[in-house]
Design a binder for this molecule. Structure first.
Ligand SMILES: CC(C)(COP(=O)(O)OP(=O)(O)OC[C@H]1O[C@@H](n2cnc3c(N)ncnc32)[C@H](O)[C@@H]1OP(=O)(O)O)[C@@H](O)C(=O)NCCC(=O)NCCS
Length: 179
């Protein structure tokens, strides 16, 4: 059911996440990581320990006053997507208050229904309560839906994180310089 104004499903409920949602949040956080690793196997990956501590990581975010976790659920209380955002402050930066959206995940079969957009809107409320002026996000280059999603919301790529293996770098630096 659409509301006819913003394309948002009216049976959708958006709310702050709680520890009662822990299992679903952890499952989504792990699915997000697996999704990114599948998009580019050369990004940093979760170690076995990384997967093991995911519940602690999510719990810490739920308890942190500087983090916000929100969920979108259907009329039966089934969680369809989640977001995790963080508010930060650094007096040596201008603007001093900034936000970062770390995780956004929507169940695969419910994508392209504006759930991602709605989750970002919720994080925006959190950011505006904190007086945030600038928001950053990061996404895997080889993740086209993330690129399309953030691009549509007006995010512009300004910094690129690149990686090379030590052995590739050693090879490059030891190769004779061509004049
Ligand atoms: C990225 C993600 C969160 C988007 O969620 P979503 O609910 O599908 O996004 P929305 O429906 O709110 O899309 C908003 C707009 O973004 C763009 N967009 C989103 N997904 C897109 C896709 N696969 N291809 C092209 N454009 C897309 C569209 O412009 C869309 O508006 P439209 O449907 O009216 O054309 C979702 O695809 C997802 O969970 N992906 C896996 C996890 C992931 O990659 N997360 C991002 C990590 S940074």
């Amino acid at each position: 059911m659409q509301d006819g104004t913003d394309g948002i499903d009216m049976s959708l409920r958006l709310r702050e996440a709680t520890e009662n949602d822990l299992d679903t949040l952890v499952r989504m956080r792990v699915s997000l990581q697996k999704h990114l690793e599948a998009r580019d196997p050369n990004i940093w990956k979760f170690s076995r320990r990384g997967f093991e501590i995911a519940p602690l990581e999510v719990k810490a975010r739920l308890r942190s006053k500087n983090s916000f976790m929100g969920v979108a659920e259907d009329e039966n209380g089934r969680i369809l997507g989640m977001i995790m955002a963080e508010a930060a402050q650094d007096e040596y930066r201008d603007p001093e208050r900034f936000g970062h959206i770390h995780w956004v995940y929507v169940e695969e079969e419910r994508r392209r229904e504006s759930l991602g957009r709605s989750l970002v809107k919720m994080a925006l409320n959190f950011f505006s309560r904190r007086g945030i002026e600038q928001i950053t996000i990061g996404y895997v280059v080889n993740n086209p839906e993330a690129h399309a999603f953030w691009d549509k919301l007006g995010f512009v790529a300004r910094v690129t994180h690149s990686s090379a293996t030590m052995s590739a770098l050693v090879n490059k630096l030891s190769a004779p310089k061509i004049l």
